[in-house]
Design a protein around this ligand. Sequence first.
Ligand code: ZN
Ligand code: ZN
Length: 351
Amino acid sequence: MGMKAMVYGAFGERLREMVMPDPAVLDGGVVIRVRAAGVCRSDWHAWQGHDPDIKVLPHVPGHEFAGEIAAVGRGVRQWRAGDLVTVPFACGCGGEACEECAAGQAQVCPRQYQPGFSGAGAFAELVAVPSADFNVVRLPEGVSFAAAAALGCRFATAFRALVHGDQAAVKSGEQLVVFGCGGVGLSVVMIAVALGARVLAVDPREDAREKAKGLGAEMVSGVDEALEAVRVWTGGRGAEVAVEAVGRAEVCALAVRSLRPRGRMVQIGLLLGKHADPVVPMGLVIARELRIIGSHGMAAAAYPEMLAMVGDGRLRPERLMGRVIGFGEIPGALEAMTTNEGAAGAVVAAW
Ligand SMILES: [Zn+2]
Ligand SMILES: [Zn+2]
């Protein structure tokens, strides 16, 4: 026996299709037969060696996926073979003694497990997920594997950042500026518009700005003129909410500067490598009483609210999906990210 998987043996080395042993079924866990998986910039960063979580090579990447339960471990109560499911990229430990998991905040569990980073991921026929009763999400009727795979990372993170009361809690009529119109930035545009917010979308690429407009952004701007655009758009007040969806130190500072007094800034773009410790204008944070909020995924327990908005058509994540590719095209899709600075839209491999 064995399964097909895409593997790299060294950082930056081209992924190769290999036959690997089937993943073990852990007590409390499940093994999922992958039916679609997103190719994300986080996979690219990890492949380039930017992610300290990857300690063991060779490695199977892939953290955005949906599929069918293939095997169920001892002690699992909610799941049966054949159930159609997806999984957030950050799985909580689910332990009763874990304060974060007990509070429903698995996305910041100190012992979280991330398939495709902490262990073998979803660019394979099978992937193991621990604490299944805690981490696995049932797919409602009408949500395709591909759309669900596109939900688990960028879209869910954007949803939590904007919707939840302990995050930005965006309200109807508020003015929100989003910096970056890649996969996560366009998710922000779609969700903000669905919440009734007004959106200014910033990106250096014209095609990305056009996509933002197509999703309902009221105004768009390049990066260099972004602060002036915010000034004009808000009558000199500044935005109520700013979202950094790129992961660049200088853009993080721009987002803070774009806010009006008491504004909220959400950092979603992953700050890695030389961008890990941005210089933030803290003088402004004090003078304007700004709030800076980090957002890191979303726990499985919070998915039903998002899936309900997908089910009734208020959110249409399938509009953010890029080209659907086959399993054999995954190595090329990752390589394309090296030259193509953040191709907008999710790429999902379906098989
Ligand atoms: Zn991702
Ligand atoms: Zn935990």
